[in-house]
Each structure stands twice: as C-alpha cells, then as structure tokens.
Design a protein around this ligand. Structure first.
Ligand code: FES
Length: 114
C-alpha cells in the first residue's frame, strides 16, 4: 500500500494521500475544496487543517509554518497548514483523520465564515 486514506470529519468524504504528498495537493487532486490563497507557499493560513489522528506520520512543522499558523483562527496542537504537511510514512491502520475548517481568512474578510 502506498497511500493512506484521509477521513475528513464533518464532510463524510475520504480521499487518499500518497507518501511524499501534501494534504493540499491530495485534496485538490481529488476535488476536495481546500483554500490556498498563497498558492501553497506557506505565506497565508487559509489551508489550515487539523490532523486528529496520524499527525505523527507527517513532516514536522517548520518555523515559517508555525508563524503562519499564528495568523489562523482556532489553532490547536493538531493544527497544520495543508500545503506544508507532507505524509512521510503510512499510519498504522492506513488512515489519518483531519478536519478542514469551514471558515478561512478569506471568507471572514468577505463577511462569511463561522
Ligand atoms: S496555501 Fe498559503 S500557507 Fe498553505
């Protein structure tokens, strides 16, 4: 097996992420809406996700990523930027679980979000 299943809480959808792939890349490749205002270069926080299970299988957050996460809303210990979190190894059981917040910085600026 070369891919892990990502279960997206509250969305009832699953998609797969390959070892070496970021969450953002996997999501976009499979039609899952995940904002990425800066194009995936760690210069915004709109790709904020929370990895509830399997986070240890992803690349460690860099200082730049942590700085960007400081700008995100509702940040927790399981927060990551989808464009930076790259799957390094398969999790036990083959699944990781993430939440993609329904709000993001752009939505809030435009008067949306919740
Ligand atoms: S898309 Fe901008 S930091 Fe991830």
């Amino acid at each position: 097996m070369t891919k892990a299943r990502l279960q997206v809480r509250g969305d009832d959808r699953t998609f797969t992420v390959a070892v070496g792939e970021t969450i953002l890349h996997a999501a976009m490749a499979q039609g899952l809406e995940l904002d990425h205002a800066c194009g995936g270069v760690c210069a915004c926080s709109t790709c904020h996700v929370k990895i509830h299970r399997g986070g240890e299988c992803f690349s460690a957050a860099s200082e730049d990523e942590l700085d960007q996460l400081d700008e995100a809303r509702d940040v927790g210990l399981d927060s990551r930027l989808g464009c930076q979190a790259k799957l390094l190894r398969l999790p036990e059981g083959g699944e990781v679980e993430i939440t993609i917040p329904t709000w993001n910085v752009n939505a809030i600026r435009e008067g949306g979000g919740h």
